[in-house]
Every structure is written in structure tokens, then in C-alpha cells.
Write a protein that binds this ligand. Structure first.
Ligand SMILES: O=C(O)CCC(=O)C(=O)O
Ligand SMILES: [Fe+2]
Length: 425
């Protein structure tokens, strides 16, 4: 499977760089990072910390070091660090500016009758205006979401070598590098393909993710909670994505109810789940050049729709139509999802919906964990504006292309590249 164009693509050489020149900064899991001035060997040093103020209470796990491979995905309290060279740090340093809060519409997916009609209209307006909205009434059990998030947080708190052992290709664990175009971020992540049944498949046969790291385990809920939970979570969020796409078709007045949803619902849909961890903002010295850091650089998501859930730590920003950045306010109850329009949906709606540019700025003392489901079309799917959305005699703004073609076209590109312009008529 070609992962190239996706900003969420695997960074391939994703481990810590043991040849990194000093001074170096460590990307810390679960502990506020500090700047260390050290030599080559520091890059692989593990740092224990059993007193992590950065973790919300529900993430606090019993202190059970040493955290061996056998303990992976169980409750280990060893924090690990990934090296970041000074030059790399300068690349991702940002001024400590907090943009104003975005006015993000809330759409209730559980609305019925006239309220559903209104929700469909509001959804369309949100996709036209920002390409971004908050979703309530989605029906995903809060317990499942929190359990998946907590299991992911425990994974990221593991020793670096154990996490790297989960770096199966083409999908799996990676840190600091996003995509293959050289983009860096204050981030580590898991990137998984979502199978038709919603399960998260193995990263590769030689390095299954992440259960292979547990000694002699089978993929039962008990022995591999992370994989099981992410699988269950993906299935649920895929259902939500399809329901949103159905409401969208309704709101757009498209007669075929599944005109959009079928692309994500199909067995061979190329959908993915990405779990991001942004360690807390480090205390930056002279090399930092600013107080914030790029967690995930500005980009649009290439797929049809992205459904995002975060633990509420701040940092997500969207670009408004006038080009200004606005921060995404945390939802009140913490159970909402955020949804963004991807490049493909912009094409399917002939540019009516806006594939929203977004980024994550690390500006908090808290770790941010986010889980994003990317609903993509099947690789061979021919993509073009829906005929129902082309006015009589209307002109398509995009030439037809396949999803595989689109993904391939972004190979080696930078995160911020405009990939759609190559397909405009
Ligand atoms: O981590 C987040 O909150 C957003 C990350 C993102 O935009 C992505 O993974 O595509
Ligand atoms: Fe994104």
C-alpha cells in the first residue's frame, strides 16, 4: 500500500538518531522535557520517572518498573526520551503566540426529524465556512474512547526501544519525523491501517504492532489491550464517519443517501488510524528561539473525512478563510469529536467544501494525545465531483483521478504543500 501523500505517512527512519551531534533535546514521554547537553550515548538513555505531574489522573499507572518487553501494553511507569538535535529544535520553534479561539459549530448527529434537517444544513455551512466542526451525539461509548486513549498513553510511556520495536513498516510507531519530505515535529505516533471490520491490522508480518512485543501473547483483549481497543475504536469511528457523510449528503440535497458514505464504508476503503502523542512543552533555552514548538506542521488531510478525538490538551489550530490561525477550543464535556473535511471531499463537492489547513502547536504543560480516523476511498476509486453537485452544464474544477494516483503524487512532498493544485482543471 502506498502511503506516500498522507501527512500521516510513516517516517520510515523513525528511531532516535544515535549519531545526532550534541547538544540535544529529548522528546519526553509523560514527563516535561528538559534540555540536556550531552554526547552521543545520551540519545538512547532511558529516564525513569515515577512522579509525572504531566499525566491526567486516569493515565497514572501503578509504578511497576522495570518495564520489560514482556510488560508492554501493561502498566509500566518508565518514561523514555527521543533525541532532538539543536538544529532540529530550531526548525520547529515558534513564537509563543496564542491565536484567538475559532468559532466552531457543534453538530448533533443524533438529531431526528426537523432537527436532523437543521443539523444537515448546519453541517454543510460548517464545511463551507471552516471545513471543520465539532460532533456531538455520535454514540461512541465514552468508556471505550477513554480506555483506548489511556492504553495509547501507556504505550507512549514505554521505554524507547520497546516503542521502536513496534515500528513495523509500512505502518507503526514513529517519532519526530512526519512524512518523507523532512518535516519534523514534537511528536511521536502510531499509524495503523484500518481493516474492513474496523480491526487494526499488524504493522507487518515481521513486526506486528504492538502485540509482538509482549512475550508469547495472543491477541486477546487481556494480553494486548491496545491493539484490541484501537481496533474496536476504529470500527466505531468508521461507523460515525459514515453517518456524518450520510447527513452531509442529505444536507447537500444529494438524492443518493450513500453517495459519500459508501466510499468509506466499502470493504477496500483505504482508511487509517493515527494516534499522536505530543509531550509537554519543554523549557527551552537559547536554542529554542521561541516558547512554542511545532507538534504537527500545517497541512490538509488528503482523505475524505477525518474524525479527531483528543484528551483536551490544547494545541490544535485551524486556518480560517482569511489565512489567520485560530485555536480550537476544548469541548465542554470532553466527549465530542472534531471532524475535518479532507482534500478528497473538497474534490467530491467540486470545491464547495473546504479542506481545512490545520496544525498542532505544542504550547502546554500537559501531554496531548489525539486519535484521528482518516476515512479514505478505495485505492482504485475514480474521484471527481459528484454529478449531483455540478450545476447543469457546470464545470468540474478538478480532473478525474484515482485515490492511488493522488497518494502517489504527494510522495516526498512537504506537509504544507498544496497537493490538490496539480489536479485542478
Ligand atoms: O494531533 C492532532 O490533534 C492533529 C493531528 C493531525 O492533524 C493529523 O494527524 O493529521
Ligand atoms: Fe491532519
Amino acid at each position: 500500500m502506498d502511503q506516500c501523500v498522507d501527512p500521516s505517512i510513516d517516517a520510515r527512519s523513525n528511531g532516535p538518531d544515535h549519531r545526532t551531534p550534541s547538544p540535544v533535546v529529548y522528546l519526553a514521554s509523560a514527563v516535561p522535557a528538559r534540555i540536556y547537553r550531552g554526547g552521543e550515548h545520551e540519545s538512547s538513555r532511558l529516564v525513569s520517572n515515577s512522579n509525572s505531574p504531566a499525566l491526567p489522573v486516569q493515565w497514572q499507572a501503578p509504578v511497576t518498573p522495570p518495564c520489560s518487553a514482556f510488560h508492554l501494553l501493561r502498566l509500566c511507569r518508565v518514561s523514555t526520551m527521543v533525541v532532538l538535535a539543536k538544529g532540529e529544535l530550531e526548525q520547529i520553534a515558534l513564537p509563543a503566540v496564542q491565536p484567538p479561539a475559532a468559532d466552531v459549530r457543534a453538530i448533533d448527529l443524533s438529531a431526528t426529524g426537523p432537527a436532523r434537517t437543521a443539523a444537515g444544513r448546519a453541517l454543510v455551512a460548517a464545511c463551507e465556512e471552516h471545513g471543520f466542526f465539532r460532533l456531538t451525539g455520535h454514540g461512541v461509548a465514552p468508556g471505550l474512547v477513554r480506555a483506548a486513549e489511556a492504553a495509547a498513553a501507556r504505550f507512549f510511556a514505554l521505554p524507547q526501544p520497546d516503542k521502536e520495536a513496534a515500528a513495523g513498516l509500512p505502518l507503526g510507531y514513529a517519532s519526530k519525523r512526519i512524512g518523507s519530505g523532512g518535516d519534523l515535529g514534537w511528536i511521536e505516533y502510531l499509524l495503523l491501517s484500518v481493516t474492513p471490520s474496523g480491526a487494526v491490522p499488524l504493522a507487518s508480518s515481521s513486526s506486528p504492532l504492538p502485540c509482538a512485543l509482549t512475550a508469547a501473547t495472543s491477541a486477546t483483549t487481556l494480553s494486548c489491550p491496545l491493539r484490541e481497543l484501537l481496533g474496536e475504536y476504529s470500527a466505531e469511528v468508521r461507523r460515525v464517519a459514515c453517518a456524518v457523510l450520510e447527513l452531509m449528503a442529505e444536507g447537500l440535497g444529494v438524492a443518493q443517501a450513500d453517495a459519500l458514505a459508501r466510499l468509506v464504508a466499502r470493504e477496500d476503503s483505504d482508511s487509517m488510524l493515527r494516534v499522536n502523542h505530543y509531550p509537554p512543552r519543554p523549557e527551552l533555552g537559547g536554542g529554542g528561539g521561541g516558547k512554542n514548538l511545532t507538534g504537527f506542521g500545517e497541512h490538509t488531510d488528503p482523505q475524505i473525512i477525518s474524525v479527531l478525538r483528543s484528551n483536551g490538551a490544547p494545541g490544535l489550530e485551524i486556518s480560517l478563510r482569511d489565512g489567520a490561525w485560530a485555536s480550537v477550543p476544548h469541548d465542554g464535556d470532553g466527549d465530542s469529536f472534531f471532524v475535518n473535511v479532507g482534500d478528497t471531499l473538497q474534490v467530491l463537492t467540486n470545491g464547495r467544501f473546504r479542506s481545512v489547513k490545520h496544525r498542532v502547536v505544542v504550547n502546554s504543560e500537559r501531554s496531548r494525545v489525539s486519535m484521528i480516523f482518516f476515512g479514505g476511498p478505495p485505492p482504485g476509486e475514480r474521484l471527481a465531483p459528484l454529478p449531483a453537485l455540478l450545476a447543469a452544464g457546470g464545470r468540474s474544477r478538478y480532473r478525474e483521478f484515482t485515490w492511488k494516483e493522488y497518494k502517489g503524487s504527494g510522495c516526498k512532498g512537504r506537509l504544507a504543500d498544496d497537493r490538490l493544485c496539480r489536479f485542478e482543471n
